[in-house]
Write a protein that binds this ligand. Structure first.
Ligand SMILES: [Zn+2]
Length: 387
């Protein structure tokens, strides 16, 4: 038994062998579309099936349906736009095939142009992010990438180079690995942070209910004050090696930008993890939120109002904290309200602030064994975050 990819089949648009060589040669004569790093990562995600059933960057029709109804024209749920944005009107027309280049001028893939259009970015931001404020990092990123967009199916000819390539697995690879381990059920854990005690509590919960735990941190672009990807992965490596049954855990990175779109991104994250072969997905308090932009439980409620059900099972978890009376990590469902005054929130912001102030965060917040990794991360931090 394994969970079907979203839409029924795993999209596969990576071209190899003779066909790849032929297309690389031909593509030199194609009109060129330049892509930034985030867009290249998503081209790869589309091509390996991580964003199934998407076979390309969205056309205007797709963007409008996704923004308004959270549906693709084929009837599948999809909650975030996946865009090939441009600052200037693109010099390609529907029907043409374009070569997609990275910022060094290397051809990475091809795009069969179906649509060239102009976006109303503030309107799109309001629909998807619930705000058009550029203070929101996801909205800011949407604005930064320009108002024009090219839609069409893609083929990947070369895997883009990035510093965390060795951490990335394709959906076909994780599905193969889960099958090889004989896992019937796999619970996926999304994160953009190194693990603290509350994360660990949720992961252990996952290990109790499923055959395997799939830890899948975001390795793409994040906010300036988030930890860099290398630090996150090193901390997880240490946690898994020393404290988890290693044969029940898979750690791999998901190379895509954080959107901080709260509830909409929770749905997107669930769909992507289903494509990687997870049967269950943990959604905590304020999943993929930022600042006070979202109600902390909007990311739970959205799964109850989707236009169609998802195949992946959502595990909704409330606020998790350290309670001095309970004597450990607890949640609103396990710790009585009369302890409220003795609860301490476990947040990466608190841990980071303590570290920046030269203090050692207490073991109730983070395992002492991980502190050194985080300290190093802060010192040499952030080679791929927003400048
Ligand atoms: Zn308590």
């Amino acid at each position: 038994m394994s969970v079907e990819p979203h839409g029924g089949k795993l999209v596969q648009r990576v071209v190899v062998g003779e066909e790849q060589q032929r297309l690389l040669k031909e593509a030199k004569a194609f009109p060129i579309l330049s892509a930034d790093e985030d867009t290249l990562l998503d081209l790869e995600n589309i091509a390996v099936g991580a964003f199934s059933p998407l076979e390309g960057f969205m056309t205007r029709e797709e963007v409008e349906r996704v923004a308004a109804e959270m549906l693709l024209p084929g009837g599948e749920v999809f909650s975030l736009p996946v865009l090939f944005q441009q600052h200037e009107p693109p010099r390609v027309a529907p029907g043409e095939v374009a070569a997609v280049q990275d910022e060094q001028g290397q051809i990475v893939g091809i795009l069969e142009v179906q649509d060239v259009y102009r976006l109303d970015l503030p309107a799109l931001a309001r629909q998807v992010y619930g705000t058009d404020s550029a203070v929101h990092p996801g909205v800011d990123l949407l604005y930064q990438k320009g108002p024009y967009a090219v839609g069409g199916t893609v083929q990947l000819l070369r895997f883009p180079t990035h510093p965390y390539r060795r951490w990335v697995m394709t959906p076909a690879q994780t599905r193969g690995l889960f099958a090889q381990r004989g896992w019937q059920t796999v619970v996926a854990f999304q994160t953009r942070n190194p693990p603290h005690r509350a994360h660990e509590y949720l992961q252990r919960l996952g290990l109790e209910i499923a055959d395997g735990l799939f830890i899948h941190p975001i390795l793409g672009r994040k906010k300036e004050d988030d930890f860099d990807s290398e630090t996150i992965l090193r901390a997880y490596q240490l946690l898994v090696a020393r404290f988890y049954p290693q044969d029940r855990v898979v750690l791999a990175g998901l190379a895509t930008a954080m959107r901080y779109a709260g509830p909409r991104e929770a749905v997107f994250h669930a769909i992507v993890r289903q494509n990687f072969g997870a049967t269950h997905f943990i959604v905590g308090r304020d999943h993929a939120g930022v600042g006070n932009f979202y109600d902390p439980y909007a990311a739970h409620r959205i799964f109850d109002i989707l236009p169609a059900p998802l195949a992946i099972t959502i595990i909704k978890v409330g606020a998790v904290f350290h309670c001095a009376v309970c004597g450990g990590i607890a949640s609103e469902r396990t710790c009585p309200e009369i302890h409220a005054m003795r609860r301490a929130s476990v947040s990466m912001r608190t841990i980071r602030d303590l570290l920046r102030a030269g203090k050692t965060p207490p073991p109730e917040l983070i395992r002492p064994e991980l502190v050194g990794v985080l300290q190093k991360g802060l010192e040499g931090s952030a080679n791929e975050v927003i400048p």
